[in-house]
Design a protein around this ligand. Sequence first.
Ligand code: ATP
Length: 342
Amino acid sequence: MASIEVRSLTKHFDGTNAVDNVDLGARDAEFLVLLGPSGSGKTTLLRLIAGLETPTRGDILVDGRVVTALPPRLRNMAMVFQSYALYPHLNVFENIAFPLRARGIARGQVNGKVDWAAQLFGIAHLLKRKPRQLSGGERQRVALARAVVREPIAFLLDEPLSNLDAKLRTSARDELQRFQRRLATTTIYVTHDQIEALGLGDRIAILDHGKIHQLGTPQQVYEQPADLFVATFIGSPPMNLLEADGVVTGFRPEHFLPRGAYAADDAVRPFVLRVTRIENLGSDRLVYGALEAPLPQVSVVSRIPCTVTIPIAAGDACPFAVRERDLHRFDLKSGANLGAVS
Ligand code: ATP
């Protein structure tokens, strides 16, 4: 267990600022997610923390101690990659035992530790199998068991669930969170999947072009996005945006509802929506269309919960509204959140 901090961390690859002057800290036992689009610098940041890349500038600290010059094995962090990187010719037992043997740990102790990790991840019955005889989910658990067996100070996980199908991913997410809580090991987790990030992270750092746009709890990054990038990257469908006089007004689809869904005396901003298409998702209706007022022809989408049964049909021009308090304002040029609408 440990706190991990990076200060002014920068990594240039010829011509690219993969990580650009990043300050970030993961608290002891925290589950910190690095979220961003492809190429935003997540993996490079994780590899810098692990010691697999040398920074161009800046420092990495563990419990306040600078470790920037330490090689990976002396940092004692366990990295799990998307590919799991299991040894195909070794069985599950030997895969999990590998990091222990590499450190010269006595045979008796190796058996005990492998058994402990295998029990923890529910794979004790698979110890004799080779990786090719395992499902994707089982392979992932072997990779995690191999990571925990050496009792690292931190887990560094790079998209470890992306090879699993959607259903397995949900249960693997749940398992991963439970293991992390039980072991209370500081975890830094890279993903480009916002659902994974919102569901797993104690806090989420949102990156683009090597820079952190926001660090906050899932609720903070969703409800108070620091800028337009975060506002549009998080949320599906994304936030609706209207631009006028150098200011971008944003509102989430679930806050953009038929006027009749609000009380008559609610403080709301009125809109008229010309509906083009409706998707019924069971729990919600997604209503697509273009505004007729106040800003004509801007494409928007509304997410209406099934509890709101107001009839809407394609072709209708319907009164819609957003509560004033659910409107966001951003500076068009800098993208910065301008705070509450006054
Ligand atoms: P993904 O989600 O696609 O894995 P990422 O957010 O993890 O992306 P990185 O892999 O960290 O992004 O890459 C950040 C930037 O640095 C990209 O522009 C990438 O092309 C560049 N980059 C990464 N590794 C190298 C390298 N070894 N040499 C040159 N450029 C690199």
